[in-house]
Design a protein around this ligand. Structure first.
Ligand SMILES: Nc1nc2c(ncn2[C@@H]2O[C@H](COP(=O)(O)OP(=O)(O)OP(=O)(O)O)[C@@H](O)[C@H]2O)c(=O)[nH]1
Ligand SMILES: [Mg+2]
Length: 201
């Protein structure tokens, strides 16, 4: 299928990283957000013309949600991506930049594949381009070093600045989302879909 006939943008990522907050900031929506992980338990969408923007539930650990339910939610995310892959223009994988490297290293150190790397690889296997939104940058002190390390974990060689078309440092809560907005604009433009730019608030 021609990529320009693809019209879905999915927001994916671990629970509580700020997916819904980021969507609300970018598109002027009112998706439910919360302090506890596991707020979004079903994919939610909004439409603008033929563009579909999907807020996926968190992939992985959700406090207070039973393990069985977590597995069901995880399966739901995998199924959503697998079944809809050919409609997906790109995925925005949101991470919490203030804890990502530590969490990934902890899992890797135990010999396990971190959820977030698993999710990233799944999209790549499905031929879905992934943009990484490094959120909660307001909690990060050594900005460039952290972004370099994040890139490294995703298999992108530092310096992070050479990946500015795929890595966007943002702070959804502070309304600082310009780098991601620019990437989304550029990608829609490159698809010849300037008519969809109005979706961004
Ligand atoms: N410090 C900081 N907190 C943020 C930022 N973005 C979101 N948050 C907070 O992170 C928490 C989770 O935000 P949500 O948007 O609900 O996260 P989510 O990824 O949709 O979570 P689930 O729906 O549970 O998967 C909320 O308390 C937000 O206020 C940010 O840029 N900086
Ligand atoms: Mg959510």
């Amino acid at each position: 299928m021609n990529r320009s006939s693809r019209t879905e943008i999915v927001f994916s990522g671990r629970s509580n990283v700020g997916k819904s907050t980021l969507l609300n900031e970018l598109f002027g929506q009112a998706f439910e957000t919360g302090r506890r992980p596991g707020v979004t338990l079903k994919p939610r969408t909004f439409r603008y013309r033929d563009l579909v923007v999907t807020d996926l539930p968190g992939f992985g650990f959700m406090q207070g949600v039973p393990d069985t339910k977590q597995e069901i939610v995880k399966d739901q995310v995998v199924r959503h991506l697998e079944s809809g892959a050919e409609n997906v223009l790109f995925a925005v994988q949101v991470i919490d930049a203030s804890s990502f490297v530590e969490i990934v290293d902890r899992w890797t150190g135990r010999g396990e594949v971190p959820n977030e790397i698993d999710l990233y690889e799944l999209c790549r296997d499905l031929d879905i381009p992934v943009v990484v939104a490094a959120n909660k940058m307001d909690k990060v002190e050594d900005r460039d070093e952290t972004l370099d390390e994040i890139c490294r974990r995703f298999g992108m060689l530092p310096p992070w600045r050479q990946w500015r078309d795929r890595v966007a440092p943002v702070s959804a809560k502070g309304g600082d989302v310009e780098p991601l907005e620019r990437i989304i604009r550029d990608r829609l433009h490159d698809e010849g879909r300037d008519d969809l730019l109005g979706a961004l608030s």
